[in-house]
Design a protein around this ligand. Structure first.
Ligand code: FNR
Length: 387
């Protein structure tokens, strides 16, 4: 029998016999405060911040708090199986790392550290378009791991096709198209500090190594950084697309395509009609629309609408193992986790990411066990009650 995911708790207690302690907290809800003490305000608030008054980010957390788990007894949950699969890849638990841009502001290893940590744990990673390391380098660090590429859909078809080609060649197996960020939301923390790392060329490694993008520049980014940033900006932002445009992506990507940012059942139905393979029910961690519906509140209606036709993934607000359990019980196939491991990256590089993810998986396993669920299939809406 393999070691259960909760074995991480035993490891920690045993280390304690020799005086050892975890490098930093196992309490995912305390990571933000810890990171705040450790990193510069600009990168910290870029990560922790949200749109406008923060109402959406708070709503995301409130929604998790409203749902409560109803523990069941004597179900024989000695051995649990948290595994699942997505598009043919086996996962030890229904958890992926969300695409998070410009990770170099948190730690110099950035996406390379996450690529190594996730590969070792067998969890898929989703690499942002706006990464601090070129997608090929992240793929090399990820080795045999499962990796998906997240697309911020460029306002330039040739650059877009080039990114898809490169991602395919580098072994990214699924494409995640983020629909909710064709403009950046109103983010007071970043605005007050006039902090946007992309404007100093950070997070643009995949753009700056792209042959099509480079061919459009009078001088390469190494020689004229500001001109390259100026050329990048209108390619990246300011242009929305329509459902019809998805045909272009389908024509240039032969693997699964997942639409990220869905919050309405009708948009989920549009995704099905457009031949998409999955969706991520997400409000971008509350970073885009202020006063939006909690992503968890959007989930059940969307599952009812399309859950039997596409893979329904979820993110925005997941912090603990119990949160993962709740999202799965409400019909998500898997969840994406954002800020917690980003704080782990800032606090300890690859080891920090590993610690946060192992803590989450162990917490999930223990909550499954103690609430009497032996597998993800046992989790249904009857596992929860609304407060
Ligand atoms: C993000 N997110 C994001 N999403 C995306 O599709 N591409 C990206 O480059 C980024 N970048 C990014 C940076 C930072 C600092 C954060 C916090 C988030 C959104 C991310 O994928 C995910 O939707 C949210 O982070 C989920 O919410 P939680 O888990 O952070 O609450």
């Amino acid at each position: 029998m393999t070691t259960p995911l909760s074995g991480y708790a035993s490891e920690i207690y045993l280390q304690g016999l020799g005086g050892g302690r975890p490098a930093f907290t196992t309490d995912a809800t305390a990571l933000e405060a810890l990171a705040k003490e450790s990193i510069e305000p600009g990168p910290f608030w870029y990560t922790a911040g949200a749109a406008g008054s923060g109402a959406t980010a708070r709503a995301n957390r409130d929604a998790f708090d409203r749902w409560r788990i109803v523990p069941r007894m004597l179900t024989g949950a000695t051995h649990r199986d948290a595994s699942t699969s997505l598009f043919g890849a086996a996962l030890p638990a229904p958890v992926l790392t969300a695409p998070v841009g410009v990770q170099g502001i948190m730690h110099p290893d950035g996406e390379l550290a996450v690529a190594r940590a996730t590969a070792a744990l067998g969890l898929p990673m989703i690499l942002s378009t706006v990464s601090s390391h070129p997608l090929e380098d992240v793929a090399a660090a990820n080795g045999d791991g499962t990796r998906w590429f997240q697309l911020y859909w460029p306002n330039d078809d040739e650059i877009c096709a080039s990114f898809l080609e490169r991602a395919k060649n580098a072994g990214f197996s699924a494409l995640v198209v983020t629909l909710d960020t064709w403009l950046l939301g109103w983010r007071p923390h970043d605005l007050d500090a006039a902090y946007l790392p992309f404007l100093s060329g950070q997070g643009l490694a995949t753009y700056f190594t792209d042959p099509v993008f480079r061919a459009q520049l009078a001088k390469p980014p190494e020689e004229d950084l500001m001109a390259a940033v100026g050329a990048w900006l209108p390619k990246f932002t300011g242009g929305d697309h329509t459902w019809e445009n998805l045909a272009f992506l389908r024509a240039h990507w032969d693997g699964p395509i997942v639409l990220k940012g869905i919050q309405h059942p009708d948009d989920a139905r549009h995704a099905v009609d457009a031949g998409m393979d999955g969706i991520v029910v997400s409000n971008h961690g509350g970073r885009q629309v202020d006063g939006a519906i909690a992503s968890l509140d959007a989930l059940p209606g969307i599952v009812d609408a399309v859950g039997d036709q596409v893979e329904v993934l979820f993110d925005s607000g997941i912090r603990t193992g119990a949160d993962v359990l709740k999202a799965i019980a409400l019909g998500a196939k898997s969840v994406l986790v954002g800020r917690p491991w980003v704080y782990g990256l800032a606090l300890g590089g690859q080891d920090g990411v590993t610690h946060v993810l192992r803590s989450l998986l162990a917490d999930l396993d223990l909550n499954l066990a103690l609430s009497g669920h032996r597998s993800l299939a046992d989790l249904t809406r009857d596992s929860l009650r609304l407060r």
